[in-house]
Design a protein around this ligand. Structure first.
Ligand SMILES: [Zn+2]
Length: 183
């Protein structure tokens, strides 16, 4: 099925690359992917939906409101061996910093509870206020706080930049996120 903008899923490739590079002895410890793009990470969810070696967490626009429309509900929790390793937090249009950060804290709690070996962030910035493709209202200070809170996990992390279409503020939001993450 055709969907989205990408032929290759960079975050999924990074997760598999990390698994190969970190080698065996996995035990119960997965790689975590945190998807903070405005749109649900439907491709990533599908790739790992039955796979307990990759924990997928996504905050995104409610599928009733926006792409991908038929995936991204909170009750999609994985299948088979992957049950419990897929977490969706659909959010309403107009979500701003405070509402977003309180839900981000839940995702961070789930990730921390799984004690992953490493983290891949699908770092979308189309959650920014005024993004022509998104409907959230996050500020530059919000992106800074997102970076700070994710960094608190203290995990080896790959950041993959994804959506973000309001070019007037994209650069400053990405810099705010990265500076806070690295602080
Ligand atoms: Zn997006």
């Amino acid at each position: 099925m055709y969907g989205g903008f990408c032929y290759l899923n960079n975050a999924a490739i990074a997760a598999r690359y990390l698994q190969a590079g970190l080698g065996g002895g996995w035990g119960e410890s997965p790689i975590a992917i945190l998807d903070i793009d405005y749109h649900h990470g439907n491709g990533t969810q599908e790739i790992f939906y039955t796979d307990p070696t990759v924990l997928f967490c996504s905050l995104h626009a409610h599928p009733d409101d926006d792409y991908p429309f038929f995936w991204g509900a909170a009750d999609e929790t994985g299948e088979g061996d992957g049950i419990g390793f897929n977490h969706n937090w659909p959010l309403p249009e107009g979500t701003s910093d405070a509402g977003y950060l309180s839900v981000l804290d839940k995702a961070i709690g789930v990730i921390d509870g799984c004690r992953p070996r490493a983290l891949v962030i699908s770092a979308g910035f189309d959650t920014a206020a005024g993004d022509p493709v998104g409907g959230f209202d996050l500020s530059r200070a919000g992106f800074s706080e997102i970076g700070r809170r994710i960094a608190s996990l203290g995990l080896p992390t790959v950041i993959v930049q994804e959506g973000g279409y309001r070019l007037e503020t994209l650069g400053e939001n990405v810099v705010a996120f990265l500076q806070a993450f690295a602080a």
